[in-house]
Design a protein around this ligand. Structure first.
Ligand code: NAP
Length: 475
């Protein structure tokens, strides 16, 4: 049992001013694996005061100092590798290989990338008639979801440090322990007191407090659209800038010259990775009508390459969903899908032999209409939809017929068609033929998938204000 009831404020681990705690459940065992403090408004207030006190010197720290802090954090993160992998498997239910090959390197990559991006970053520019200065935005409040416990905290913290913005982090209360390890790493990295603070607690108290606190200048939020909307409304009262990384219903467009096996592999890995709990997952597969049958056969053939089960067991590709609530939500969408489309595989209930744990069946619907509920709403589980098309323009039109615009995937060969499709999908990130992720590539959404960008140099820009100085004496 982990009992982590302290907050990290002003460079110290301190007791909460309240006595309530929140249980953290291991989704594979359904047992309580630990507790965190349910922070209070007073705890948040202390953290904001510490961040504001740190601002004058932290915002004037040099590029070299910030690069060193980022490198120290990256080094500390590498030293805690085994522990981070283990804790993410227990709190999230990610199979050990997914924790090691997906979650762990994503958390690390953002600190390394921010150090690299900062080395080439210019905070001032002579633009002829004026000099442009880029300065820290002030104090930032960071609110993160449970589905990538280190990735989302790391990208926000790394960009804020690079920009000289002190922060208060509130991690998701379902998966708080990886963020606590991150705070311990930052504590040892030489980052000045008050520049990084962590307050645990519920979204309704600490998250809500961050978005309305007059001492916070900027809120960077990753999570659902419903909460994103509340944050924007709250932030409006103190005219705070907000960056929102929200949900998606991303298309995979399979071109008519694609290798059908590759296309099926892309579709399956999109729903199996992190048990489909990925904001940028491709969950609408657009396939030429002529390839439908062979594509579906290949999906069913390859399904056995993705075994579902205990995330601590070797060879498992997909673990449980994060919580009972999430399991119920996914079940209700599968029920809707059974009325709207043809079930190719999967369905409601738990996979055979997996009665304990929030396990769901990998589920594929075919003959899906793009305007059905299962093709329009984010399910956030291992469920995908297969939609046919005749002409590529029809696929693009359907791909864009959604309120979301986070990501898009293309599988195919002809370079001109790939370029045409990539430039016509209205989304913030496009991946062609499973291309690897570049940590300097901006991440964020069009439309209701969000506002702003994270990762690399674009991520740093979010934590900066722009000042134009007219008549700056030349040195
Ligand atoms: P969520 O319910 O919106 O929660 C996200 C965070 O917001 C949690 O820390 C939560 O705290 C907090 N929160 C809840 N109510 C709040 C309020 N009134 N004010 C301020 N903060 C509040 O989302 P989730 O279920 O954790 O994550 C799933 C969603 O995140 C999906 O929609 C997914 O697409 C999206 N997501 C987007 C991205 C992206 O980069 N675009 C990445 C990952 C996930 P507690 O849970 O501790 O109460």
């Amino acid at each position: 049992m982990r009992n982590e009831t302290k907050h990290y404020i002003n460079g110290e681990w301190v007791e909460s001013t309240g006595s309530e705690t929140i249980d953290v459940i291991n989704p594979a065992t359904e047992e309580v694996m630990g507790k965190i403090s349910s922070g209070t408004e007073e705890d948040l207030d202390k953290a904001v005061k510490a961040a504001r006190a740190a601002f004058p010197s932290f915002s004037r720290s040099t590029k070299e100092e910030r690069i060193q802090w980022l490198k120290n954090i990256a080094e500390g993160y590498e030293k805690r590798k085994e522990e981070l992998i283990s804790v993410m498997t227990d709190e999230l239910g990610a199979p050990l290989t997914v924790s090691e090959e997906v979650h762990y390197p994503m958390g690390l990559g953002h600190f390394q990338q921010a150090a690299d991006s900062l080395a080439d970053f210019s905070f001032s520019e002579d633009r002829g008639g004026h000099t442009l200065l880029k300065e820290s935005i002030g104090v930032s409040g960071l609110i993160t979801p449970w589905n990538f416990p280190t990735n989302q905290a790391s990208t926000k913290i790394a960009s804020a440090i690079a920009a000289g913005s002190p922060v208060i982090l509130k991690p998701a209360s379902k998966t708080p322990f990886a963020a606590i390890i991150l705070a311990e790493i930052i504590d040892e990295a030489g980052v000045p007191k008050g520049a990084f603070n962590l307050v645990n607690g519920s979204g309704s108290v600490i998250g809500n407090g961050i978005s309305s606190h007059p001492g916070i200048d900027f809120v960077s939020f990753t999570g659902s659209g419903t909460v994103g909307e509340k944050i924007m409304k709250n932030a409006a009262e103190t005219i705070k800038k907000v960056a929102l990384e929200l949900g998606g219903k991303s298309p995979i467009i399979v071109l008519d010259d694609a290798d059908v096996e590759e296309a099926a592999k892309t579709a399956l890995s999109n729903i199996m990775n992190n048990t489909g709990q990925v904001c940028s997952a491709g969950t609408r597969v657009f396939i030429p009508q002529s390839m439908k049958q062979s594509f579906e056969e290949s999906l069913l053939d390859q399904l056995s390459n993705f075994p579902v089960g205990d995330p601590r067991k070797e060879g498992i590709a997909m673990g449980p969903l994060v919580s009972e609530d999430q399991w119920e939500t996914v079940q209700s969408y599968i029920k809707k899908g059974e009325k709207e489309a043809t079930l190719l595989t999967g369905g409601t209930g738990k996979p055979e032999g997996l009665d304990t744990g929030y396990y769901a069946k990998p589920t594929i619907f075919t003959d899906v209409s793009n305007d059905s509920v299962i093709a329009q709403e984010e399910i956030f589980g291992p469920v995908t939809t297969v939609i046919t098309y005749d002409e590529v323009d029809e696929a693009i039109e359907m791909a864009n017929a959604t309120v979301y615009g986070l990501a898009g995937y293309i599988v195919g060969k002809d370079p001109e068609t790939i370029k045409y499709v990539a430039s016509n999908i209205r989304a913030g990130r496009i991946k062609v033929n499973g291309e690897k992720t570049d940590f300097n590539g901006p991440f964020g959404g069009f439309k209701q998938s969000g506002i702003g960008r994270e990762w690399g140099d674009f991520g740093i820009e979010e934590y900066l204000e722009i000042k134009s100085v007219h008549g700056m004496p030349s040195s």
